[in-house]
Design a protein around this ligand. Structure first.
Ligand code: SF4
Length: 116
């Protein structure tokens, strides 16, 4: 019997809460419950900048290939559980960075494999 490496819904919720708690500790940061549109479209969202304080805290990069802390070569924003894109564009919302779009080829330390 193989055990799934993907976190359960409850464990994933706890991970998100912990990450959001960490991000919300930065001065001037307001965490909004969710600004992700259901259709994954994010044409109107500003792009997350790598030098953003929250992005730096999670070592976010627009190009996963350049991420020295990345241990899984197959990990990208587009196959992350928190990514809301539908594959149509280069940028889409991430539930960890409300109100901003991340790059489909990006990555950060909070990457969790998308399932299902
Ligand atoms: Fe968001 Fe996942 Fe990309 Fe991190 S790896 S920025 S959590 S979509």
């Amino acid at each position: 019997m193989t055990k799934s490496k993907s976190p359960t819904g409850r464990r994933l919720a706890l991970i998100k809460l912990g990450i959001l708690g960490t991000l919300s500790s930065f001065p001037g940061t307001t965490i909004i419950a969710s600004t992700t549109r259901q259709d994954g479209g994010n044409d109107d969202l500003p792009h997350l900048r790598e030098d953003d304080q929250r992005a730096r805290a999670l070592a976010y990069t627009d190009d996963a290939e350049t991420a020295s802390a990345r241990s899984d070569d197959s990990a990208y924003c587009h196959n992350c559980r928190f990514y809301a894109g539908d594959g149509a564009g280069q940028w889409a919302a991430c539930s960890l960075f409300p109100g901003q779009a991340v790059n489909v080829d990006g990555w950060c330390k909070s990457w969790v494999a998308k399932t299902g």
